[in-house]
Design a protein around this ligand. Sequence first.
Ligand code: ADP
Ligand code: 5GP
Length: 203
Amino acid sequence: MHHPGNVFVVSAPSGAGKSTLVQRLVSTVPDLVFSISFTTRQPRPGEVDGRDYFYIDDAQFEAMVREGGFVEWVEVYGHRYGTGRDWLNRVLASGQDVLLDIETTGARNLRQAIPDARMIFILPPSAAALEERLRSRGKDSDEQIRIRLEYARHEMELYPAYDFLVLNDDLELAYRRFESIFLAARATRERMAPAAQKILEGF
Ligand code: ADP
Ligand code: 5GP
């Protein structure tokens, strides 16, 4: 898949603070498009169709899988989630940077399709802090929290597949670490050479 923009993949065990960091990033850093996944789970309070996810039912998801409509898809926490192929291709072709918030299995599959994707993993300070954050978020049932904590161990084990590990202890510090990855990616010589050339020509 050829594309002029940068692709960033962000994963974390549920509750580590990924949504908090990602929402702040996309509202702060210009020209960064958040990849909106398809899911069969119900919207949480405050979530909006077409902004947080495209909410579809099992039959619609099945049909998209059959038609090869996903770059990658997985089933986690009893629901299915997938990255739409058409959507991603359109954004990448437009040259914009894109950020995908996906779990570890999907991230691994995406890396096959897009080898130069920059992979970022958000670390919770500890297992206990993760559980506390899931409970204080107050958006998942006890049963959902139990399932997410079980899966968290599996996800944590996959951190070696990532290029950047962002510790989310203090939120402000964590955000600065996180944002700097995106800004640095835009400051590479390859990316900045056209601008540098233009400045040079003014001398
Ligand atoms: P995720 O998207 O990874 O599941 P959220 O962003 O929803 O996680 O964060 C889970 C909970 O933890 C939320 O209630 C959020 O406000 C809180 N949280 C996020 N980052 C921090 C932090 N650095 N310190 C304390 N609480 C945090
Ligand atoms: P949540 O239900 O908390 O919104 O998301 C649950 C998990 O699914 C999160 O780890 C999130 O990153 C992941 N996820 C969301 N969309 C996708 C997707 O399109 N593909 C994959 N592989 N994971 C996704």
